[in-house]
Design a protein around this ligand. Structure first.
Ligand SMILES: [Fe+2]
Length: 438
């Protein structure tokens, strides 16, 4: 090229400048092309394998196929550490220098668990790569681990079946997709065995992403004035216009248990009891969104004066359950086996309340993604199971934020949102005071 330009009578300096500029431009175009090709490949959507299992309540329970097992050391309690809502959207944020990795490692160090549960909303956006990294971290820890899906996990570059396939590549992962004709992905059970006997069963359910229809006339509204002093979290959500002005709507439009999941829960329990010489073991349910009865439990607790024997922890935002009960808790009471239901979803709550003999608990959020409360609520929660298989202790475990917080801008965004909310409610309160109906 230099020769051709020189031959045309252009000076060598100009020729060299033009050549360098052209080379740089071509280099930039190539780099862009490689970058976009990689980005396109990274974001390319993956579909997973469908579970081959079709379930009917008339099926015979098969302990080899319908449940997996973890062994418990008879000489010590069995500690389960639950991490909800990691909600990471770029895999590099799971790196060793960052907060999430250090939170997981420090909480594990502090609690010395026997098993880890991931309570959903584990990842989104680059969900495929994030779940690969989560699997790597869990496998490094080397304990049995069991994830469920939340309402955000499907919002990425893979369907839930594909994310399940990634998890199941982990040698210690207990995740199973469950029957494909049930609502959700990853409805499964794990038995804790001690000396060859089932002492406790762990249930894992996908509460979905919230799109289901319900009878609006069944939705409850409570007078905001009744909760004004007792629950700032609920009071803040009172409606300030229309038919329900001055009232609080119970529940949000998030996920819930479906009828078939509840039947499956009962069917599994019956099968497990039969395998266990007719003895129904105590059990725990792990899922992402709180069942509706968390509301009843909370109201009973605050109306009873917040008895510390029954409840502890914080309730900073309204419970995001479905707006109606779908029957899971009734089934739990009827069966009499489940004594703990442990959920995530509200990043700002870690309340645990005993209600009708069942402990209903939020676990402490893991990591600093998508929260303005990371300074105080970061870690996980533990359930301790004793030698008789009883869930004897539920504890919130907060660890300090350690490592790089890459998303300072995001923190700023969340704090801004909080500020905006506060300003909105101050305005509403001023207006209410002016109208004499505060
Ligand atoms: Fe969630």
């Amino acid at each position: 090229m230099i020769f051709l330009i020189c031959a045309g009578g252009v000076s060598l300096a100009v020729t060299l400048t033009v050549s360098v500029a052209l080379s740089v431009a071509i280099g930039l175009v190539l780099a862009e092309a490689i970058y976009f090709k990689k980005r396109f490949r990274d974001l390319k959507f993956s579909f997973g394998k469908q579970s081959p299992r079709l379930w009917s309540p008339k099926d015979r329970f098969d302990p080899k196929k319908d449940v997996t097992t973890v062994r418990k050391d008879p000489n010590k309690d069995f500690v389960i550490l639950a991490f909800p809502d990691i909600q990471v959207w770029e895999p590099f944020r799971l790196g060793k220098k960052y907060v999430i990795y250090n939170t997981i490692k420090n909480a594990v160090k502090k609690t010395e668990p026997d098993m880890i549960v991931l309570l959903g909303d584990n990842a989104f956006y680059y969900s495929r790569q994030c779940c690969e990294k989560i699997t790597k971290i869990m496998e490094e820890i080397g304990l049995p681990w069991a994830p469920v899906f939340g309402n955000h996990d499907f919002e990425g570059n893979a369907d839930l079946a594909a994310l399940g396939d990634i998890f199941m590549k982990g040698a210690h992962c207990l995740f199973r997709k469950g029957p494909r004709n049930l609502f959700g992905e990853g409805n499964y059970a794990v038995n804790i065995e001690q000396d060859g006997k089932i002492v406790h069963t762990l249930f894992f359910f996908d509460t979905g992403s919230g799109a289901f229809s319900y009878d609006e006339s069944k939705v409850r509204y409570v007078k905001a004035s009744e909760l004004k002093d007792k629950s700032p979290a609920f009071y803040k959500t009172r409606i300030h216009e229309g038919e329900h002005k001055g009232e609080i709507r119970i529940g949000e439009d998030w996920g819930a248990f479906s009828y078939d999941q509840i039947q499956y829960y009962k069917w599994l329990l019956a099968g497990i009891a039969e395998e266990n010489g007719g003895v129904k073991p105590e059990s725990t349910i792990f899922c992402h969104v709180a069942p509706y009865e968390f509301n009843d439990a909370y109201f009973e607790w605050i109306n009873g004066g917040c008895d510390p024997e029954k409840g502890f922890g914080e309730m900073n935002v309204k419970i995001g359950s479905a707006p109606v009960s779908t029957g899971l808790f009734d089934a739990v009471l009827e069966e009499g086996s489940t004594k703990n239901i442990i959920v995530g979803h509200e990043h700002e709550n870690d309340l645990s309340v005993l209600y009708k003999g069942v402990r209903l608990s939020y676990a402490v959020k893991c990591g600093d993604e998508c929260t303005a409360f990371a300074e105080t609520l970061n870690g996980g929660s533990t359930l301790t199971i004793d030698k008789d298989g009883r869930g004897i202790r539920y504890e919130n475990v907060c660890v300090p934020l350690e490592g790089k917080r890459h998303y300072d801008k995001m923190m700023w965004y969340y704090h801004e949102l909080e500020k905006e909310e506060d300003e909105k409610w101050t305005m509403i309160e001023e207006e209410e005071a002016k109208n004499g109906n505060a």
